[in-house]
Design a protein around this ligand. Structure first.
Ligand code: TYD
Length: 217
């Protein structure tokens, strides 16, 4: 499927970036801003907390060893349920909610692209609609991994040379999808939480036709 022929889902917003890029903090601020604006919304993330996602977490932690192609298929299965399952993304959007998701198709193109080559994740993810707005948190891996701090245990992907390749794969995937019709905002995530939030809330407000303000706490 060519980028230009992919379906775009309105009111669906996705945050993407390397590990430690700061999407979790911004996701919380987006949720607070949408609540203040009175906009019905669902804040969610991948891998999910469904059984498929929990199995993925066991592989990411290193507890369970699985071949990279297996992991690519598990991410796609988790995504399919998240999107099409009962109470999932399509249901919520159908009910008029805005859905904001931490990671989606681009994570698979970038991470699994590095782990097992782009062809498999590209094929597994070709049938999923794209978000109306994709916000890519750009941050050099030396900085993003530093932010993960002194965590006792890191996931299998949280390693500098892997994250450097993930960043290149993200940029490659973003270029491939630039003609898809989805709006792509690439933000410099090395700035303060407040500065990043202002840009993000501005873009989300424009997309949704809302005034979201930037009341960062
Ligand atoms: P992450 O959002 O970083 O979870 P947490 O902050 O709770 O550790 O996601 C976990 C990891 O999963 C991250 O390293 C990226 C990886 N990932 C993929 O490799 N492919 C995917 O399709 C998705 C959604 C995530």
């Amino acid at each position: 499927m060519t980028a230009a022929s992919r379906e775009i889902l309105g009111r669906f917003i996705v945050l993407e970036g390397g590990d430690g890029a700061g999407t979790t903090t911004q996701l919380r601020l987006i949720g607070e801003a949408l609540t203040r604006a009175g906009a019905a919304h669902w804040i969610t993330s991948e891998p999910t907390a469904n059984p498929e996602g929990l199995l993925i977490r066991r592989i990411l932690s290193g507890e369970l060893a699985r071949e990279p192609g297996t992991l690519a298929r598990l991410f796609a299965a988790d995504r399919n349920e998240h999107l099409r399952g009962d109470g999932g993304i399509l249901d919520r959007i159908g009910r008029g909610e805005t859905v904001v998701c931490d990671r989606y198709v681009l994570s698979s193109l970038a991470y699994q692209g590095v782990a097992c080559g782009m062809a498999l994740p590209a094929e597994l993810n070709s049938g999923f609609p794209l978000p109306e707005l994709l916000i890519y948190f750009d941050l050099p891996p030396e900085q993003s991994l530093g932010r993960l701090g002194d965590r006792e245990r890191l996931d299998i992907f949280e390693e500098l040379s892997f994250q450097e390749r993930v960043r290149s794969a993200y940029l490659e995937a973003l270029a491939l999808l630039s003609s898809s019709g989805m709006r792509i905002l690439r933000i410099d995530a090395s700035r303060s939480v407040a500065e990043v939030s202002r840009d993000i809330l501005g873009a989300i407000g424009e997309t949704l036709g809302l005034s979201l303000g930037d009341d960062v706490r």
